[in-house]
Design a protein around this ligand. Sequence first.
Ligand code: GRF
Length: 224
Amino acid sequence: MAADNPLRVVVLISGSGSNLQALIDGWQQQQLPIELAAVISNRPGVLGLERAENAGIPAIVLDHTQFPDRLGFDTALMEVIDSYQAGLVVLAGFMRILTTEFTRHYHGRMLNIHPSLLPKYQGLHTHQRALEAGDVEHGVTVHFVTAELDGGPAAIQARVPINPGDDAASLAQRVQQQEHIIYPLAVKWFAEGRLRMRDGCAFLDNEPLPASGHLIGGAAPNVP
Ligand code: GRF
C-alpha cells in the first residue's frame, strides 16, 4: 500500500481499548501504513473512546441498546463503517455477536483478536478455562472473522507459558502483552498486502498459513 494511499482502518471497541492504543502507537510512530479512519464503540463512556479522541481520531458511539434487534444495530453499524470507506475493520474487544449479514459484508477484510490458542476456548473466560484445564500454555490469536464465532482462519498466534501460581489476572496480563505485539503486526501485514484470506484459508505472502496461523513465542513452559 503506497504511503500516499494508506489503508483506511475502522476499529470497533466496547471497552478499555488497550489493543486500539497499540495500533494508535504504531500508527503515530509511522510503523503502520494505515489511516485510522474512525473508532466506533457500542458502549458510551469507555476509555477506548478517550484514547481515540486524544489521538485525533473520530470517536463514535453507536449504542446497541438503542436498536430493536441485532440486525438493526448491525445495519446501522455497516452504514457508519462504510461512510469512512474502510478497507479493513478491526475488532478490538468488541463484545458483540455479529450477524451473518455483517460478517459477509466484511468478508476477508475484518480481523478479530481472541485471547486463547484457537480453536481452543472460543467464547468467554478463556484464561480461567485454560487454568482449570491444567494447560501448560495459553495465548492469543488474531484471525479473520467469518460467520462462526471465534472461528475464522488464524493469521497470527502467540503462545504464553502458564506459570505455577498464575491466576486468571496474571495470565491475562501476560497474554495482553502479546496481544499488543501481534495485532499491530497482523494489521501491518494486511495493509502491506501480505496477509489475505482466500477460500476460507489465511495466506501470508501467498503461502497458506497453518491452522494456528503464523506462530510467535512458544517459550518452554515453566513447569517444575
Ligand atoms: C482483549 O483481551 C482481547 O483479546 C479480547 O478483548 C480484550 C480487549 O481488551 N477480544 P482491550 O479493550 O483492547 O484492552
